[in-house]
Design a protein around this ligand. Structure first.
Ligand code: ZN
Length: 198
């Protein structure tokens, strides 16, 4: 193998480590980029370099942005007294795509886990408590995953918050367009528990 092939192989190996891509998809993606060198490969390399230089965690909420504060924390219009607590930045981005939430976020960076020895200080939980007085928070919305660890974490945070703010959680239930027959038992029972007047 010559040197240039080695460079291409190294790129494929790195791409194959990305979530959702295996060696086969990585190979196809790299080949496609090389064929579209001017349109894709060059601009992609530049975009990656810019993000590598500028991307960082927001010191306030843990979102990813390009300044000390993310766009949401820097925007005073988002200071509406609500903080939505999520596990990961991907969850924050999913909430933002829904365009329904107008407040700010707090990214924990994971969930409590006895198995993986993750405790409260490993997550951004102390920082959440610090934010409450300074940002005049009235409601904390727990938007954690409906897993055992997610729900354990939600209960722990609710305990820590006590009566200082209103604590709510996302309703869980039948997805829009979902058919009952295809739902698992846990989803159906959660939907039944969070039922409302028709
Ligand atoms: Zn932020």
């Amino acid at each position: 193998m010559n040197d240039s092939n080695r460079d291409i192989e190294a790129l494929i190996d790195m791409m194959a480590r990305l979530p959702g891509l295996g060696p086969r998809s990585a190979r196809r993606a790299v080949l496609h980029m090389i064929k579209k060198r001017g349109l894709l490969l060059g601009p992609l390399a530049e975009a990656m370099q810019r993000v590598a230089d500028t991307a960082r965690e927001c010191v306030n909420c843990g979102n990813i942005g390009t300044g000390d504060l993310c766009e949401i924390c820097a925007n005073n219009a988002r200071a509406n007294g609500q903080i939505c607590v999520v596990e990961d930045v991907a969850d924050l981005w999913a909430m933002e795509r829904g365009k329904a939430f107008k407040g700010r976020y707090h990214v924990l960076g994971g969930t409590l886990s006895a198995l993986d020895a993750v405790g409260p200080d490993d997550l951004r939980i102390p920082r959440l408590l610090d934010r409450l007085p300074g940002e005049d928070v009235k409601e904390v919305i727990l938007a954690l995953n409906a897993t055992v660890d997610g729900q354990t974490t939600a209960h722990y945070i609710a305990d820590q918050l006590g009566d200082s703010v209103t604590v709510t959680s996302l309703a869980q239930g039948v997805p829009i367009g979902g058919e009952l027959d295809y739902l698992d038992d846990g989803t159906i029972s959660a939907a039944l528990r969070s039922r409302r007047t028709f």
